[in-house]
Design a protein around this ligand. Structure first.
Ligand SMILES: [Ca+2]
Length: 236
């Protein structure tokens, strides 16, 4: 079961549910967001920040395994996220090729002034451990003007403070920005960055999203962020 299937089966309240990770042959608990009413789907939360109580400045092994608690702040773990991103209905076409239907990805963002945005992309491409969990997000769905058309992750390997896989030869982005993320050169977004203080302005030094001033000209720091996947196909 995924949150989408749980929603389709009639459980339409947001909360913690066990989901089956088919390729790992195990259950894991996640927060299913059923309140994005307009989408009429359940969204599987893979990351959530809401009060700053959990330290996100962690090493590679923690980011691979996951940390935190789905009832509060957490990171589901790169291996789980990778498996989950592939857990959609496989279809075989007439030539025998296997198509994998990729999930949508949504970024839920809210700042200290209460300004919000939900940014959806139609595609995430995710690679496994051997490729350092390379990720690319594209296909903006949610219509927003200006800088929101820039993809937050344009095809980068994952880096942590103890693992430099970024594209910047001069610096170690994950160490400088104190998080694990798909840094490039260095960042368009950093949703695992240090949790900001009340009404601090957004900067590269805290939770960062490029172009937030298009939503709030005061560019106030984000107090709530969450990353979710939505699987279109119904099925286990
Ligand atoms: Ca580097």
């Amino acid at each position: 079961m995924k949150c989408t299937s749980i929603y389709a089966s009639g459980s339409t309240s947001s909360g913690i549910y066990p989901i089956w990770l088919k390729e790992r042959f195990q259950f894991t608990y996640v927060y299913c967001d059923m309140d994005l009413v307009a989408t009429k789907k359940g969204w599987t939360t893979i990351q959530r920040r809401l009060n700053g109580e959990l330290n996100f400045e962690r090493g590679w092994d923690d980011y691979v395994r996951g940390f935190g608690n789905p009832s509060s702040e957490y990171w589901l773990g790169l291996e789980n996220i990778y498996r989950l991103s592939r857990q959609t209905r496989f279809s075989v076409n007439i030539l025998g090729a296997i198509n994998i239907k990729l999930p949508k990805v949504g970024f839920d963002l809210e700042d200290w002034d209460g300004e919000k945005a939900f940014v959806q992309y139609s595609n995430i491409l995710f690679e496994q451990k051997a490729s350092n969990y390379w990720l690319k997000v594209d296909g903006l769905i949610t219509a927003r003007k200006g800088s929101f058309s820039i993809a937050p992750i344009s095809g980068n390997e994952f880096s942590t403070p103890d693992r430099d896989n970024d594209n910047d030869d001069q610096s170690h982005c994950a160490q400088n920005y104190k998080s694990g993320w798909w840094f490039e050169n260095c960042l368009e977004a950093n949703l695992n960055g240090p949790y900001p203080k009340y009404k601090q302005p957004m900067s590269w030094k805290n939770i960062f999203w490029f172009g937030w001033h298009d939503v709030n000209p005061k560019n106030t720091a984000l107090r709530f962020v969450s990353i979710k996947l939505c699987h279109e196909s119904v099925g286990p």
